[in-house]
Design a protein around this ligand. Structure first.
Ligand code: HEC
Ligand code: HEC
Length: 502
């Protein structure tokens, strides 16, 4: 009898390893087996899984649910790390001003810019909101930024992209991104205008949903007409939770999601992008198209593109100014000899990066609620987990100690998927096509509106509810979306309850 149980356990372990063990030099064979077993998708929906409530591993916080719930430092930071986090927090909130200014240490904003602070877009460390929906004042609409790119129409352009010199081809005048603001004396580039058309969707059980389909244009162009072939890609500021943990997921686990996805009928792809420090091609993980490899790259790109501030990785003081915008280069900049050659010196950059890596996940709520468990079952059975991969164990050798060997539940494969024509922006970015988006992590998503009541979902914030976000899924996710349409009203409500518990 005992031998039979032993064999059975061995069988289970082997089955698990066949499915999900990848080559990971950071783990010994015993650990590999444990990790394979614990990251196997569950099939028991009668009770919560072990540690499921701690969705961000040991860094997860149990705090009062209020609008500050996304702003806590990870629970497992040392005292010293907490001090660094606090300094980074100050820089994330700080309003930068244009040069020359009397507040020497925070000038250099612009010449062109989208916002004065990181927090201006990542509202209370959560996501932003879009103009055009009822309660939102248009002038507040900074957190929807518009990326600009041209199709790679000729061989020369294709070669520049292949060499990784650029991830997308900029507009010759307006650059990579539209900046709706400029310093005094310089024209701003323009403002986004959105016209929504309502699309009714009939759901099984007699329910209706109404999707808002956006059409984008640019008003008040400051530098003449846009290139006729230009593609606009509006993007909403995403929440800042658990980003260091996403960096600490082993690359081989992400690449293993490609085959695991194929077995489940989807075809995720990696976005290989250029590391600006080493020049190597590395796996993209961050942003809506996985166009940036790590938090430091994206935080530096934000200082440059969104605020016009130079950093070691993006050394131009003039951000996204192009050769066609000569007046832009004549504006004063904020570099100061005593602080080094960049407006945001390496030391400050390190604090902002550290902060951005360590915003804590809140504990899950109601994990043992019968409706939440029923919704979790719907989530698994509708094949949502083909892309929204539930859990990982992070690298044992992650660069920061608090991110090492953590069981985390981000619900993403960090891969690109064709999401159909409804969501397509026609914009290529690195290896991502004009129809592909990176699966966003779903952890924390249930508290979105607690933190910012105006926040909405999807890359351009067009979904006013979680259900609308799901109903926009097409392409590789069409079958999953159709299952949600075909659910009974109770099953659909359960699915949403599960998402709200994340
Ligand atoms: C103008 C609004 C805006 C400002 C200002 C801004 N961000 Fe962002 N942020 C965004 C948007 C939009 C994205 C997604 C971009 C994309 O998909 O291309 C993003 C993405 C990110 C990401 C990647 C998150 C993820 O889950 O992939 C990080 C990290 C980040 N920003 C950090 C910062 C930091 C640090 C600052 C300040 C230096 C900052 N941001 C300023 C709008 C903004
Ligand atoms: C083929 C891969 C795939 C499948 C299957 C899939 N998703 Fe997604 N999901 C994505 C991608 C990619 C996005 C981002 C799309 C965008 O922003 O345009 C997304 C976005 C979302 C969002 C909004 C996230 C945010 O931060 O705004 C929710 C909620 C969501 N999915 C839930 C689900 C549910 C529930 C299911 C199953 C019924 C599901 N997804 C199935 C890939 C997938």
């Amino acid at each position: 009898m005992q031998q039979a149980i032993g064999l059975l356990l061995l069988g289970l372990a082997l089955e698990a390893s066949a499915g999900s063990v990848t080559q990971r030099a950071d783990l010994n064979p015993q650990d590999l087996e444990r990790v394979a077993a614990i990251t196997q998708p569950t099939s028991d929906f009668s009770q919560p899984e072990a540690f499921e409530i701690m969705q961000g591993g040991a860094g997860t916080v149990k705090k009062r649910i209020n609008p500050d719930i996304f702003s806590h430092p990870a629970a497992n930071l040392t005292f010293e790390a907490r001090q660094e986090f606090m300094v980074g927090n100050g820089l994330f909130r700080k309003d930068w001003v244009s040069s020359p200014a009397s507040t020497q240490a925070s000038d250099g904003l612009g010449p062109l810019f989208n916002a004065r602070s990181c927090q201006g877009c990542h509202v209370k460390d959560g996501r932003g909101s879009v103009p055009g929906f009822e309660s939102i004042d248009r002038s507040d609409a900074v957190s929807l930024l518009v990326r600009l790119s041209l199709p790679s129409s000729n061989d020369d352009a294709r070669a520049r992209l292949d060499r990784g010199e650029v991830v997308s081809l900029p507009d010759p005048i307006y650059g990579h991104q539209l900046q709706p603001f400029a310093v005094a004396g310089l024209p701003a580039e323009g403002q986004i205008k959105i016209d929504y058309t309502e699309i009714p969707v009939s759901l099984n059980g007699g329910e209706m949903a109404y999707l808002m389909s956006p059409a984008y244009s640019i008003e008040n162009l400051g530098y003449g007409p846009l290139h006729p072939e230009l593609r606009l890609s509006p993007r909403l500021a995403p929440p800042m939770l658990g980003l260091g943990l996403l960096e600490a997921i082993h690359q081989n686990d992400i690449l293993a999601n490609i085959d695991r996805g194929i077995a489940k009928g989807v075809s995720g792809r990696a976005n290989w992008v250029r590391d600006k420090e080493t020049g190597e091609k590395v796996l993209g993980r961050f942003n809506w198209k996985a166009g940036q490899p790590d938090v430091e790259h994206q935080a530096s790109a934000a200082f440059s593109g969104d605020m016009g501030l130079s950093t070691p990785l993006f050394p131009s003081h003039y951000g996204d100014c192009t050769a066609a915008q000569q007046a832009c280069f004549l504006m004063p900049n904020g570099a100061q000899e005593n602080l080094g050659e960049h407006e945001v010196p390496a030391r400050l950059m390190d604090f902002v990066t550290m902060y951005s890596q360590n915003l804590a996940l809140p504990q899950r709520r109601d994990v043992d609620d019968a409706r939440v468990l029923a919704g979790k079952k719907q989530f698994y059975e509708s094949n949502c987990i083909a892309c929204h991969v539930p859990k990982y164990v992070t690298r044992r050798d992650a660069s920061r100690p608090e991110h090492r060997f953590q069981l985390i539940w981000p619900y993403t494969d960090l891969l690109l998927h064709d999401m159909g024509s409804g969501l397509a922006d026609g914009q290529e970015e690195g290896d991502a096509s004009g129809r592909e988006w990176r699966t966003p992590p779903l952890w924390g998503i249930g508290l979105t509106k607690t933190v910012n009541p105006d926040a909405t979902w999807l890359h351009d914030g067009r979904a006013r509810t979680l259900l609308e976000a799901v109903l926009w899924h097409g392409g590789e996710a069409q079958a999953a979306r159709d299952r949600v349409v075909a659910m009974t009203p109770q099953e659909r409500a359960d699915l949403i309850r599960f998402l709200e518990s994340l």
